[in-house]
Design a protein around this ligand. Structure first.
Ligand SMILES: Nc1nc2c(c(=O)[nH]1)N[C@H]1C(S)=C(S)[C@@H](COP(=O)(O)O)O[C@H]1N2
Ligand SMILES: [Mo]
Length: 221
């Protein structure tokens, strides 16, 4: 299943559990920290493996039918095929992952296209304040344009020098290291620039509009 406009799959056990965590406000320590003083955000623990989290469905997207649309409030919309995407300026970033389910993983080496380089091409209009990401599994997530534009944010195709596996969101996924990892859409298919915030899959299920791990922005209230 990899239809670009696919509906989200029926709730899995994990999805139901994560919704109940939002209702219970689970894992909140009530402690805030700053990324420059503490590398590990409050309530997180370090893992060495790399857990897989999804909606219970991992779309198989062959490179010859992979596309990425960049649209909405931009001067220059894009419809990219894989070769076009790989011909954009390429960058490498090493960054940490912080999942809202409390695991963090340090020093992940990503290769891909910096969101800043993409923004230089598409030129968001002044009214654009937020970005909505759409994925091949029907997943959506939203974030402020300023967060999407972080200097270490990438549309990544490789991790540790190898193509990102299907389970982890290949062919290409977003990586926004300074927000909880649910903002980093796997199997990325469309990026839409909007004026007013539009809540995504987890955001309508009790998770935070922004998701800053050091402020423990896990849930919407
Ligand atoms: N398309 C899509 N992207 C997604 C998800 C998803 O279900 N579908 N899950 C999010 C969540 S909740 C997390 S924690 C990370 C998990 O990424 P990983 O499986 O590579 O660890 O992907 C995020 N991006
Ligand atoms: Mo997550």
């Amino acid at each position: 299943m990899s239809d670009p406009d696919s509906p989200v799959p029926p709730d899995s056990k994990l999805t139901t559990t994560k919704q109940s965590w939002a209702r219970q406000q689970k894992f909140l320590t009530g402690r805030h920290a700053r990324p420059d003083t503490e590398r590990l955000p409050p309530g997180q623990h370090l893992v060495r493996d790399w857990p897989v989290l999804d909606l219970g469905l991992q779309p198989e997207v062959a490179l010859d039918r992979w596309t990425l649309d960049v649209d909405g409030l931009v001067a220059q919309p894009l419809h990219l095929r894989w070769d076009h995407f790989k011909a954009l300026p390429q960058s490498r970033e090493v960054s940490d992952i912080h999942c809202v389910t409390t695991w963090s993983r340090y020093d992940n080496r990503w290769d891909g296209v910096r969101t800043q380089d993409l923004l230089d091409i598409v030129q968001p209009r002044p009214e654009a304040g937020f970005v909505v990401l759409h994925s091949f599994d029907g997943y959506t997530t939203n974030l402020p344009l300023a967060d999407f534009a972080a200097s270490d944010a990438l549309i990544a195709h490789s991790w540790e020098d190898a193509p990102i596996t299907r389970a982890h969101g290949g062919p290409a996924r977003l990586v926004v290291p300074h927000l909880y990892f649910w903002k980093s859409a796997k199997w990325l298919n469309r990026i839409t620039f909007v004026a007013a915030d539009e809540l995504g899959f987890w955001e309508v299920r009790g998770y935070h509009e922004r998701g800053d791990p050091w402020k423990e922005e896990r849930y919407s209230d």
